[in-house]
Design a protein around this ligand. Structure first.
Ligand SMILES: [Zn+2]
Length: 188
């Protein structure tokens, strides 16, 4: 896996381009946000997250899909349960993953962050394969964007408290700390 910094796309992983992005207002990339998602919730390997990020979720297939199918969202990366990584948006561009959010004094975290979705749910442990993919991906992004210091890797729940709960209590921050990727930040 390599990151082509000229294009913002990682080579050696699957690409599934999403239309849900726009330009970063000042090009800054200085925060990494970890999420979880599964569609339908708690079901894995369905391919529906990819369809959701491409505005192609079949609303009629599940009652939950009807409630979200009009949303236009994306993340830069998805890591499935088997550790497969898919990229949806160039790191140079602003993906739509954080929503109303604040890191420290700054609001609108999409402007300056990269979003990584782990296929999962708040209370179910993530797989070893997911950590084995996440840690080198974080390292790759930190090499390309040194402003993403260990203190600036956070969860969605950290930047949207009261509104978002992911990646949830089952996410093992200690694994990231042990790898030197993440450190204690203002949130934990
Ligand atoms: Zn999230």
């Amino acid at each position: 896996m390599q990151l082509d910094t000229a294009t913002g796309w990682c080579q050696g992983i699957r690409h599934c381009p999403s239309p849900n992005f726009n330009k970063r207002p000042d090009g800054e990339v200085s925060l990494l946000v970890i999420h979880n998602i599964s569609l339908p919730p708690g079901c894995y390997g369905t391919g529906k997250v990819q369809q959701f990020f491409q505005n192609d979720l079949p609303a009629s297939e599940h009652p939950f899909f009807e409630t979200i199918c009009e949303l236009q969202v994306s993340a830069h990366f998805l890591i499935e349960r088997d550790g497969a990584i898919t990229q949806f948006v160039s790191c140079l561009d602003r993906a739509w993953h954080a929503g109303v959010s604040r890191f420290g004094e700054r609001e609108g975290c999409n402007d300056f962050s990269i979003g990584i979705e782990l296929e999962g749910s708040d209370f179910e442990p993530f797989s070893d394969a997911q950590y084995a993919a996440l840690i080198p991906l974080c390292q790759l992004l930190q090499q390309a964007y040194p402003a993403i210091t260990p203190e600036r890797i956070c969860g969605h729940s950290d930047i949207a408290p009261g509104r978002k709960t992911d990646p949830g209590p089952a996410f093992d921050w200690q694994r990231l700390r042990m790898a030197g990727v993440s450190s204690t930040n203002e949130f934990r």
